[in-house]
Ligand binder design. Structure first.
Ligand code: ADP
Ligand code: MG
Length: 610
């Protein structure tokens, strides 16, 4: 007996729908994309019961005529591409013609739409893919799509939905993604009776980030503007000290489409590299404009993955764009004594008067789901209380009439400023741990150990990358005895060790003579330095090339002045001059801050002078 069945159209549609419409947020995403493709400048999203009861998206876009409305819910029905050539040059967010058909298959759907030049609009109601009513109706220009009782006829799918707050969170994420990259479009997201997001049309991305995430983040952002023959990268990145414990504020777009892309993300992390503390994640919003023919969006039904033909080049461009921006900006964190709790969950909107209320009410709803995140926020609060935030007025250092510090340069304790480090008047050392210096608008605290770590790290890296490590010959050579494991690690990596400046001769059995060490780390006991390297090699069970950076960082740490070492002003002066020469004078190679600024403003506030 034959065993193959031909599936019914209804079942085929439900299977296909499963790929596109995974959860309520997928519906929101597809409908928003359609509104944006229709040229809407105003998109309102209304949700009930985290999208399970109702998802209603209204736009003022171009609308559809009667025939198109009926066709729009058929599978593979699209106005956006015609032939296979179009498929490889996609300029719209949609193109597969699957979304409305998929939504129609698993919900009770209603579409009301009117084109600009028409007097009347048109409405259809669909249930489980079948049109149950249609007719002329009075309507405003644009399209209103109502999705009721999602998954009413696919109970299995419904069962797999997460708790309400999680589904709602997904919806907020999706709406935020498209809201961010479309500043000139106005968006509203209403859940039950709460307005969760209200983002009016504004002129540019920075203003938009500011309405969504608040001014304290937005005003510290650094602009990215990178152009070469193949790619244009625009957007904003935040300063390293604003990095977060999660990745919720990382957005990558390709040709205005939000995408998930590890390669690009990796390039951003590489560019921040030693500026980030462990487990900290940078904030970025990047839009890559790439020739539509160089990318393939048709990888997955949800269109959030994109294949890039020249991946390597794109990665390099992103790396360069971010790195250059970091290198030309002042990245010193400022201490904020009046710590303001940062809104981390729901996008904030300062324009909305009753917004705070809304947030509070919503919060009680999310709290149980958010416990993990709340812990994050508390940590963040603690960290932030300890150091940082905004208010760094970069320009203040460069206005010509403000050259107080520059004019007294002859004095020993003056350090002239440059783009990255402000002019500093060194006041001294405190607790044998920190330097204190006066600077334009405030005082700066500097961690002495970390300064030297950065200096040594960069110098050594420079020499290392140029294959030009300066070595110091040990007069007598130092006898080193190794365990069998250490000996094996050493023998396996002897050549590499030589490249790092360690020359060793085998003396017999497990004994070696250390002849040279890298000059830069000369302050250290040669033996200890070598053992540091060997310990890493043994512990990591790794080849040297994979951990050389870690090793260099470690050596820099060992060779640096420690907390507890007394330093004179000329010594401090010299060290800070050296810091000034580095590319990134803000953090140690592990990402710990070197300098923290306290503004006089803040002090005045604390002393109630203001
Ligand atoms: P796709 O977006 O891939 O073309 P959809 O199933 O999402 O497929 O939509 C089918 C078609 O319906 C679209 O190509 C478009 O012509 C029309 N359409 C859908 N939503 C809207 C809308 N909000 N405004 C105008 N036309 C729309
Ligand atoms: Mg679509």
């Amino acid at each position: 007996m034959s065993k193959i069945n031909l599936l019914s159209e209804d079942l085929i549609n439900k299977i296909a729908a499963g790929e596109v419409i995974e959860r309520p947020a997928s519906v929101v995403k597809e409908l928003m994309e359609n509104s944006l493709d229709a040229g809407a400048t105003q998109i309102n999203i209304e949700i009930k019961d985290s999208g399970k009861e109702l998802i209603k998206v209204s736009d003022n876009g171009e609308g559809m005529d009667e025939e198109d409305t009926k066709n729009s819910i058929l599978r593979h029905a699209t106005s956006k591409i015609k032939n296979s050539d179009d498929l490889f040059a996609i300029h719209t967010l949609g193109f597969r013609g699957e979304a409305l058909a998929s939504i129609a298959a698993v919900s009770q759907l209603s579409i009301t739409t009117k084109q600009k030049d028409k007097i009347e609009g048109f409405n259809i109601a669909i249930e489980g893919g079948e049109i149950i009513s249609s007719g002329v109706i009075g309507a405003e220009q644009g399209t209103i799509i109502e999705v009721n009782n999602l998954f009413f006829n696919t109970p299995a799918r419904k069962k797999f939905l997460k708790t309400d707050p999680i589904e709602l969170r997904h919806i907020i994420d999706v709406v935020t993604r498209y809201t961010l990259i479309n500043p000139t479009v106005s968006f509203k997201l209403l859940h039950e009776k709460y307005l969760l997001l209200n983002s009016p049309a504004v002129k540019d991305l920075q203003t938009n980030i500011s309405t969504i995430y608040g001014t304290s983040l937005a005003k510290e952002l650094m602009e990215i503007n990178y152009v070469d023959e193949k790619i244009t990268i625009t957007g904003y990145i935040a300063k390293p000290y604003q990095a977060r414990n999660d990745k919720n504020q990382q957005f990558i777009y390709i040709n205005n489409r939000w995408v998930r892309n590890e390669d690009i993300s990796e390039a951003v992390y590489d560019a921040y590299h030693s500026l980030l503390f462990v487990n900290k994640h940078p904030i970025f919003v990047l839009n890559l404009e790439i020739d539509a023919q160089q990318i393939d969006v048709n990888v997955h039904p949800n269109k959030s993955e994109v294949k890039i033909e020249q991946k390597k080049e794109v990665q390099e461009a992103v790396f360069k764009a971010v790195k250059e921006t970091l290198e030309k900006n002042n990245l010193i964190p400022t201490l904020d004594l009046e710590f303001e709790q940062q809104q981390t969950f729901i996008p904030t909107n300062k324009n909305e008067s009753n917004h705070k209320n809304t947030l509070n009410k919503q919060k009680t709803k999310y709290n149980f789901e958010r416990s993990a995140q709340t812990i994050f926020s508390l940590n963040e609060i603690k960290e932030q209380e300890e150091r940082i935030t905004d208010q760094l007025d970069e320009e203040a250092y460069y206005t010509p009439e403000e050259e107080v510090y520059h004019s007294e340069q002859e004095q020993d304790n003056e350090l002239s400023g440059n783009v990255k480090l402000p002019a500093l008047k060194i006041l001294g050392q405190i607790h044998k741990t920190f330097f204190v210096a006066e600077t334009e608008g405030g005082i700066v605290f500097i961690d002495q150990h970390v300064v030297q770590e950065r200096v040594l790290y960069e110098r050594f890296m420079q020499q290392y990358l140029n294959n030009n490590i300066a070595v110091q010959h040990l007069l007598q050579g130092e006898i080193i005895e190794l365990s069998a494991v250490e000996k094996a690690a050493l023998l396996e990596n002897q050549e590499k060790l030589q490249e790092l400046g360690f020359n060793l001769e085998h003396f017999g059995e497990n004994t070696f003579i250390l002849k040279t060490i890298p000059t830069i780390f000369g302050r250290t006991q040669p033996k200890n330095l070598l053992f540091d390297v060997l310990t890493s090699l043994v512990k990591e069970k790794n080849k040297l090339e994979q951990i050389q950076e870690e090793i260099i960082t470690r050596m820099a740490c060992r060779a640096s002045v420690k907390a507890g070492d007394t330093m004179t002003i000329p010594e401090i002066q010299k060290l800070l001059e050296e810091l000034k020469q580095t590319k990134l004078p803000y953090t140690c190679p592990h990402g710990r801050s070197i300098l923290i600024k306290l503004n006089v403003d803040e002090l005045e506030k604390k002393f109630k002078r203001k």
